[in-house]
Design a protein around this ligand. Sequence first.
Ligand code: G3H
Ligand code: 13P
Ligand code: ZN
Length: 309
Amino acid sequence: MALVTSKEMFAKALNSDYAVGAFNVNNMEIIQGIVEAAQQENAPLILQVSAGARKYAKPAYLIKLVEAAIIDTGVDICLHLDHGEDFEICKKCVDDGFTSVMIDGSKHPFEENIRMTKEVVDYAHAHGVVVEAELGKLAGIEDAVNVSARDATFTVPEEAAEFVAKTGVDSLAVAIGTSHGAYKFKGEPKLDFDRLKEIHALIPETPLVLHGASTVLPEFVAKCNQYGGNIPGAQGVPEEMIREAAKHGVCKVNIDTDLRLAMTAEIRKFFVENPAEFDPRKYLGPARDAIRGMVAHKIKNVLGASGMR
Ligand code: G3H
Ligand code: 13P
Ligand code: ZN
């Protein structure tokens, strides 16, 4: 049991129908809920830390909590930096003991994205750490209705092949119509699967990553709203689309919003039903259970990763 890279996890997942869940973590209860679900389901696991999470919880706390989760459960964990915006933050995480970092140069021009990614790859690989990069911009399909708009936004398959060859990156996040948060589609949910298949055909050995992959399950949105929330018109990626993506090279599926909704719904319910309670353990405990339930559901029914550790 240890902190591990995603290398072996992805090698197993690449030519199979399942994907590894990458869940965002911000505090102890979230970490415990996720890791207990992975233990229960005997599933491979990536825990990811955003810049915002580092700022909120401080790196030392998050790293020690993840190490504690490994000791407590015996689950091997890949500890990953989510959306590193420059070399400095990636270097800090490598130096801190992360086993995987993402350099997100997607907002920069193609050549600059290659340069930034290569710089991180050189440093990370020299320290035994793997690297994820991103090409294309995450945006809902309605923002890219015509072909030229799509090419300007979504990942261009030929560029993906050139990018991977020039950077030596270990995995690549692609833009095919998903977006972050709880409002992913205005109308019918739609992903560009033809584009995904084309990318996978050109770089069949490169594990692909799907960001913005929460489903925004209606029952959790409804539960938030029932207990005083105000989250109208939220919509995510249907579960069958995640299962389909896993068949075409997607090895890593990023999930944060669904955890936030599960946790918030539970805490809102508790506060409404127990107005006299003020012991944080009374609502953070059920919130942790809700995280565990959500992650177990994802592993079993969406990622197909049960028993794949
Ligand atoms: O990529 C977005 C993740 O949901 C992390 O969100 O930057 O608010 O921590 P955050
Ligand atoms: P969601 O907002 O769909 O959960 O996506 C999270 C993500 O991509 C983190 O990098
Ligand atoms: Zn993301």
